[in-house]
Ligand binder design. Sequence first.
Ligand SMILES: Cc1cc2nc3c(=O)[nH]c(=O)nc-3n(C[C@H](O)[C@H](O)[C@H](O)COP(=O)(O)O)c2cc1C
Length: 206
Amino acid sequence: MAGDALDGRQGGITKKGQVLAVLGSPRRGGNTDTLAAEFLRGAAAEGFEPAYIIPTDLGISACDGMNQCFETGRCVILDGMNEIYEKVLGASHVLVATPVYFMGPPGSLKSFIDRFQAVWARFEILDQPRPDAARRKGFAIVAGAAPEEGKMYRPTVSIIKAFLSVTGFTYAGEIIATGLDEKGQAERKSDLLARAFEAGKLFVSG
Ligand SMILES: Cc1cc2nc3c(=O)[nH]c(=O)nc-3n(C[C@H](O)[C@H](O)[C@H](O)COP(=O)(O)O)c2cc1C
């Protein structure tokens, strides 16, 4: 079909795929946005276009824990999350980029992740077919002010891993960006930017 032939083309360049980026910071243009942009630039160099989900802009509610999703695999809170489940489940590559807040992700990202309980229910309770994790990859970028990698960053990484596992992605790696606090700091770290760019390339090509 003509429409299909046009799909995946931008500016005459055939796109090979898409990286869906979940940007967890409420601070637009901050350190994690900068690193995510470099990562996505690396992926774009290999022909993968970016798509974005920004939890803080979605205005979604927190999970109410009523477990009504156990009956249907859908959330009864009708604020757009049911559509987002399909977007995430339809993706082949997902990046989650987030700052550390009190050793975890910001509340808006944590609420977003908690709302995937409905997706967990599809696979663990309702026995619906799972996506093929062998063909789907996830990556984490986690930034914080603390100077050392280690226990400050571990809870956030574990939460992202849990999210990627429930949604059927193989964890392909992470960048822990330490010692970043004020806005603009990541932009001045050329080594870190280069690492993010290379990681993005490898993520879609390796
Ligand atoms: C509410 C709040 C809590 C934070 N808690 C931590 C923390 O527990 N550990 C840490 O290393 N940095 C912490 N930070 C610092 C941020 O992780 C850091 O400024 C990061 O670079 C922000 O990324 P962004 O520019 O992408 O928003 C906190 C910042 C805020 C605003």
